[in-house]
Structure formats: C-alpha cells, structure tokens
Design a protein around this ligand. Sequence first.
Ligand code: 5GP
Ligand code: ZN
Length: 137
Amino acid sequence: MKDDCLFCQIAKGKIPSTTVYEDRHFRVFLDVNPASKGHCLIVPKEHFDNVYDLDAETAGKLFSLATCIARAMCDALGCDGLNIVQNNGKIAGQTVFHFHLHLIPRYEGDGVNVTWTPHESTSEELEKIRAAIRKEI
Ligand code: 5GP
Ligand code: ZN
C-alpha cells in the first residue's frame, strides 16, 4: 500500500467509494466522473503503477472478474455495448497511477469517444514491428 496513492486508499476502504463489489484482491466502484451512466473501475488492492507492473496471477483474476462485472452491468443497466479501457502513462490518458480497468457502458447517442483514426501501413512496416515485439516476448 502506498500511503500517498488515492486508489490504494479507496481499494482498502480508507476513502469511501460507491462500491459494487469487493473481495480479498479487488474493489469495483463507480467512477466519480463517469464517461457514461454506470462507468465502473476495477482496482487491485495491491499497488501496481500500471500494466507493466502487474503479475500474471493478478492479471488473470482481474480479467476473470471483469467478465463477471461486464455481464452484471449489461443486465443491470441495459446498455447497448461496453468498452473496456485501461490507460498506461500520461500520454495514454492515465491520471491515477495505480492500475485500474475502466468498464464503460455504451448507449445509443451517448457521445463517448474511445475511437481513433486508422492509418495506412505497409506489409514491410508491419513485419518489422512484428519482429521487434516478438523478440521481446
Ligand atoms: P485514468 O485517467 O487514470 O485512466 O482514470 C482515472 C479515473 O479515476 C477517472 O475516470 C476519474 O474520474 C476517476 N477518479 C479519480 N478520482 C476518483 C475518486 O476519488 N473516486 C472515484 N470513484 N473515481 C475517481
Ligand atoms: Zn496505489
């Protein structure tokens, strides 16, 4: 636990949150400034700065929980879709530096924007990038 970390404090219940689920490892609560109605955050109770820090066991449990919460949200909210978003680093939009997964319900005409502009790429470029990433796995 990092004393100066907002989500450590929330995860451990030292700062109140609108909690929809809690177990030994995770807390799921409503985002205080939601992108849409029912926007949830899944936060591990252990502190990890970002996805690079996360261990495989926590990551597995986390995504398993995410599927369960997503289904519950879909049933409860009657949303038309749902985005799962996870930001790493300031440039990627991370503002709280304790790993968290966003579950954002989507509704027709909600104005939420989590899309990007697709770019052209050549097969040579793709192959070079593929090889560089493969080498690091
Ligand atoms: P990030 O931008 O780091 O991916 O997401 C941080 C999220 O945490 C934002 O959507 C923001 O609204 C939410 N958030 C920040 N502070 C609090 C808080 O004190 N309580 C709750 N429930 N959500 C928060
Ligand atoms: Zn933390």
